[in-house]
Design a protein around this ligand. Structure first.
Ligand SMILES: CC(C)(COP(=O)(O)OP(=O)(O)OC[C@H]1O[C@@H](n2cnc3c(N)ncnc32)[C@H](O)[C@@H]1OP(=O)(O)O)[C@@H](O)C(=O)NCCC(=O)NCCS
Length: 170
């Protein structure tokens, strides 16, 4: 099933991603999920993000297009927790071509992935992004997201030798 809406001068079509879309989706992701986008290795954009989510949840891998060009994409999955009766939807990646942002493409993709998640029995959608990604935070607030929680990432460099404490035997 596909969804259509008007955007700019054309009709925006939201449909499931196919393998032919992989290169375009990958390159849009490279454009928007740069090293500045996320300093944490946990959130790194690469081709496995596309293939892994496509393998597990192809109904939640969507692209937005007008004519033949892909303008953006949404990749999601669902999560069930052992002790919770709730099914969660996790919108892992949402990206819109840099020059085409703020034209309603992200909203169109989100509307459709939300509809699909609801159809799959999802009761709560979660997202995560950097605390300083203001446009995305505003975008998600506009979609109704609330209860923002901050998360801390720490790292331990194992390549660096630990300093010996004075007076301690090796
Ligand atoms: C976040 C993102 C997907 C939004 O897509 P988009 O197509 O630009 O969003 P829309 O045009 O549908 O915007 C809907 C609303 O979001 C808010 N918004 C979107 N971009 C914004 C920006 N740069 N600054 C402030 N608010 C913004 C606005 O409230 C907007 O409503 P309005 O147009 O009535 O003011 C897009 O900016 C993007 O690809 N960002 C880089 C990747 C990213 O951060 N992804 C999210 C985490 S995975």
């Amino acid at each position: 099933m596909t969804e259509s809406a008007s955007v700019g001068n054309g009709t925006l079509r939201i449909r499931e991603m196919t393998i032919d879309d992989f290169p375009e989706v990958f390159h849009i992701g490279e454009e928007v999920f740069t090293a500045e986008y996320s300093q944490s290795l946990y959130r790194t954009w690469d081709e496995y993000e596309i293939t892994t989510l496509f393998n597990s949840d192809n109904e939640l891998c969507l692209v937005a297009e007008t004519g033949e060009s892909i303008l953006g994409f949404a990749l999601g999955t669902t999560v069930e927790k052992h002790n919770s009766p709730w099914k969660y939807g996790y919108l892992v990646w949402l990206g819109v071509h840099r020059g085409l942002q703020q034209g309603g493409v992200g909203s169109g993709l989100f509307k459709e992935i939300k509809r699909r998640m609801r159809e799959q029995g999802v009761r709560m959608i979660i997202i995560d992004t950097s605390a300083d990604n203001e446009p995305a935070i505003r975008f998600f607030q506009k979609q109704g997201f609330a209860d923002t929680q901050q998360h801390v990432y720490m790292s331990l460099n194992l390549a660096r030798k630990a300093k010996k404490k004075p007076g301690k035997k090796p």
